[in-house]
Design a binder for this molecule. Structure first.
Ligand code: DGL
Length: 277
């Protein structure tokens, strides 16, 4: 039995390390919360996998986090939020929040001309999850979306932001040239790392919405509503990181994403993870 109480950790998961951008946003807003992060580094990317597979992986990780007695789960991965959130919410009794709704809400708020752009992985865009969430908030909003499959590997490789990255972005973002949106949702964990060059290519009139940052506010609200916020009088929160593999360049990428070295890092064998339902 998982007794929810305010001192328990918040579980956060992603297909890999990209979701650490979400951890960063939660730490900034809620420095007293304990966090347990799971990055599925052995099975990343999720963005090109089938819905069925992403749902299975998301269930396994959520079961793992639940066993660690987390008080809520944040699905930091846009792809998993897009395809697996509903099924997770049906099957787990703790609060589970994804990044799609908070990102959509923020974009609807800032879009004056009712035209919103969305970029994400192939699976996220194919799912239509952002489109559905935005249209349910305001059916008059025009949504233009574009999958950008090359951006995740470019960020992971830390490719310089000029040259190839700029060319690739110019090509993907040309979708938005004719009917320019006034808000663009960065619908993938990796895109905040390209924020300044995306802003340059889109131009200053377009507001970029970082779904990861927006979810931190949603986490705060959900915990407050349930009386589960960790009191601010105690020590700063402790953070633990679990991964399913230590890939090449792991340390480099991980510390770049977090902005400091990762402490309390553990590996979970894939066979163990696969034993969860
Ligand atoms: N975390 C994924 C997302 O936000 C990007 C990486 C992947 O494809 O797994 O959609």
């Amino acid at each position: 039995m998982n007794e929810l109480n305010s001192e328990k950790a918040i579980g956060v998961f992603d297909s890999g390390l990209g979701g650490i951008s979400v951890v960063r946003a939660i730490i900034n807003l809620l420095p007293h919360e304990h966090l347990i992060y799971f990055g599925d580094t052995a099975r990343v990317p999720y963005g090109s996998k089938s819905e069925e597979t992403v749902i299975r992986f998301s269930h396994q990780i959520s079961s793992f986090l639940k066993e660690k007695q987390v008080k809520m789960i944040v699905v930091a991965c846009n792809t998993a939020s897009a395809v697996a959130l509903e099924s997770l919410q049906k099957n787990f009794s703790i609060p589970i929040v994804g990044v799609i709704e908070p990102g959509s809400e923020a974009a609807v708020k800032v879009s004056k001309h009712k035209r919103i752009g969305v970029i994400g992985t192939a699976s996220t865009i194919r799912s239509g999850a952002y489109r559905t969430a935005i249209r349910s908030l305001d059916p008059d909003i025009e949504v233009i979306d574009q999958s950008c499959p090359l951006l995740v590997p470019l960020v992971e490789e830390d490719w310089p932001h000029d040259g190839v990255v700029r060319q690739v972005l110019e090509s993907y973002l040309s979708t938005f040239q004719e009917h320019k949106p006034d808000a663009l949702i960065l619908g993938c964990t990796h895109y905040p790392y390209l924020k300044s060059i995306i802003q340059e290519v889109m131009g200053p009139s377009v507001r970029l919405v970082d779904s990861g940052e927006e979810v931190a506010t949603r986490v705060q609200r959900t915990l407050a509503e349930m009386n589960l916020l960790n009191p601010e009088s105690g020590d700063p929160g402790k953070h633990k990181f679990y991964v399913s593999d230590f890939p090449q360049k792991f340390e480099e990428i991980a510390s770049r994403f977090l902005g400091r070295p990762l402490e309390n890092l553990f590996k979970v064998e894939l066979e163990v993870l696969e034993s969860y339902k």
